[in-house]
Design a protein around this ligand. Structure first.
Ligand code: KG4
Ligand code: ZN
Length: 352
C-alpha cells in the first residue's frame, strides 16, 4: 500500500511517498528558512505564498522519485493521499489541504486527514534510511507518554494508540522551540535558533550560569519558558536592558548556550518523569523539531537506561516537519478504514 503525504503546516513544504506505513520511497522537503530568516520568525502570509509556489512541483517530484507515476496522463500508482490538516498556520494548512483535495478529486484516490502532532509522535517509528525495516515494538507501543517539542508546541500526552492522545499538560507561554529561537536571537545567532544554540552549547560549560528551571506547582505537567528567556536576556545584556542592546563584556556565548540548553532539558525531563509517574507508565515517545537536539536525545536515553523507561525518538532527519510522517500515519489510518470527504476542514487548533 502506497500513500502520498503532504505537509504544509508551517514553514516547510513536504511531500513524500511511504509504502506500508514505514518504507520511505521518496521524501521531498523544501525549507522556507531563507524567506523568514530576516524577520527572526515565520511570517504566515509569506509561508502560505511560498507553499503555493512549490506544492505542485513537489508532488510531481515525490511521485517520480518513488517511481510511481510512469504515465502522467493517468493517476499515479498510490492508494491514498494523506494531508496534515491541523494544527498549524491556517493559510499554510489550506494550501496543502486544497492541493490534496484537488488531486483526490482529479485522480479518484481517497483522502485521509492527518493531525500534524500525532504524525510527529508516529515518526518515532520510522527510519529515514534504508533498510526500511518496521521498527520493533510498533504494535506494543502503547500506552505511553508522548512529549511533542517543536516551534509551536510543548505538550505532554497520554497516548493509548496512534490517534488517541489525551493532553496532560502544555506550555503556558512560549513553546520550547520558540524559546530556543528567541534565546538564539538574543545571542545574535542565526535563525532557526535550535540548531545554532546546540552547536554553541557543545563548546560551552553547562554549569557556567544557573538559569531558572520553571517547574510551576509540584504536580503540574504544564510548562513555562518565558522566564528563562528573560533571564538569558538580562544575563547577557544587563538587568532591564533593551532587547537590541549589545552583549556585556566577557559574555561567553558557548557557556550561555550550554547553560540554557541544560536548564531547558532539565525541565522537559522532569515533566516527562512526572507524567510517567502520574500515569504509571514506563514508555515514552519524543517527537517534533526540538527532538533533533542531540543533548536532549542523549539525556533522554540516559534517563531511559537509569530509570527503566522504554524511550523512542525519531531519526534526526525526521524530527523537523516532513511529508513522510504524514504519509506514515496516513497509511496507518487508511489501513484502519479512515478516509475523509472533500469537505474536510483545516484547523489551527490541536485535536485535544
Ligand atoms: O517541528 P518543527 O519543524 O515545526 C513545528 O511544528 O513547529 O520544529 C521547529 C523547531 C524550531 O523552533 C527549531 O529551532 C527547533 O525546532 N529545532 C531545534 C533543533 N532543531 C530544530 N531545537 C533545538 N535543537 C535542535 N537541534
Ligand atoms: Zn511540526
Amino acid at each position: 500500500m502506497k500513500v502520498l503525504g503532504i505537509e504544509t503546516t508551517c514553514d516547510e513544504s513536504g511531500v513524500s511517498i511511504v509504502e506500508d506505513g514505514y518504507r520511505i520511497l521518496s521524501n521531498c522537503v523544501l525549507s522556507q528558512v531563507p524567506l523568514h530568516e530576516r524577520f527572526g520568525g515565520v511570517v504566515p502570509e509569506i509561508a502560505s505564498r511560498a507553499h503555493v509556489e512549490v506544492i505542485t512541483r513537489l508532488v510531481e517530484r515525490a511521485l517520480n522519485d518513488a517511481d510511481c507515476w510512469s504515465d502522467p496522463s493517468s493517476p499515479p500508482d498510490i492508494d491514498a493521499i494523506a494531508v496534515a490538516h491541523r494544527p498549524g498556520l491556517i493559510g499554510a494548512l489550506l494550501v496543502g489541504l486544497t492541493a490534496a483535495k484537488s488531486l483526490s478529486l482529479a485522480w479518484g484516490i481517497p483522502l485521509v486527514g492527518v493531525d500534524h502532532i500525532h504524525a510527529h509522535i508516529y515518526s518515532a517509528w520510522m527510519k529515514s534510511e534504508e533498510p526500511f525495516e518496521p521498527l520493533p515494538g510498533l504494535e506494543e507501543a502503547f500506552p505511553a507518554v508522548s512529549l511533542v517539542v517543536s516551534g509551536g508546541h510543548t505538550t505532554l500526552y497520554r497516548s493509548d494508540n496512534w490517534t488517541t492522545h489525551q493532553m496532560l499538560g502544555t506550555t503556558q507561554d512560549d513553546a520550547v522551540g520558540e524559546a530556543f529561537d528567541k534565546a538564539a536571537a538574543i545571542l545574535g545567532l542565526e535563525y532557526p535558533g535550535g540548531p545554532a544554540i546546540s552547536r554553541e552549547a557543545d563548546k560551552g560549560n553547562r554549569k557556567a550560569v544557573r538559569f531558572p528551571r520553571t517547574l510551576l506547582e509540584p504536580r503540574s505537567l504544564d510548562f513555562s519558558f518565558s522566564g528563562i528567556k528573560t533571564s538569558v536576556l538580562y544575563h547577557v545584556k544587563g538587568q532591564d536592558c533593551r532587547r537590541d542592546a549589545p552583549l556585556l563584556d566577557g559574555i561567553s556565548i558557548p557557556d550561555v548556550a550550554a547553560s540554557f540548553e541544560t536548564a531547558v532539558v532539565d525541565v522537559l525531563l522532569e515533566k516527562l518523569r512526572r507524567a510517567l509517574g502520574r500515569e504509571g507508565l514506563n514508555r515514552a515517545i519524543l517527537g517534533g523539531g526540538v527532538a533533533a537536539n542531540r543533548y536532549l536525545r542523549s539525556r533522554l536515553e540516559d534517563m531511559g537506561k537509569k530509570e527503566g523507561v522504554d524511550v523512542r525518538f525519531p531519526d534526526l532527519a525526521l524530527c523537523t516537519d516532513n511529508g513522510a510522517m504524514i504519509a506514515g500515519l496516513g497509511s496507518k489510518l487508511f489501513e484502519g478504514g479512515t478516509t475523509h470527504e472533500l469537505t474536510l476542514d483545516a484547523s489551527s487548533m490541536a485535536s485535544d
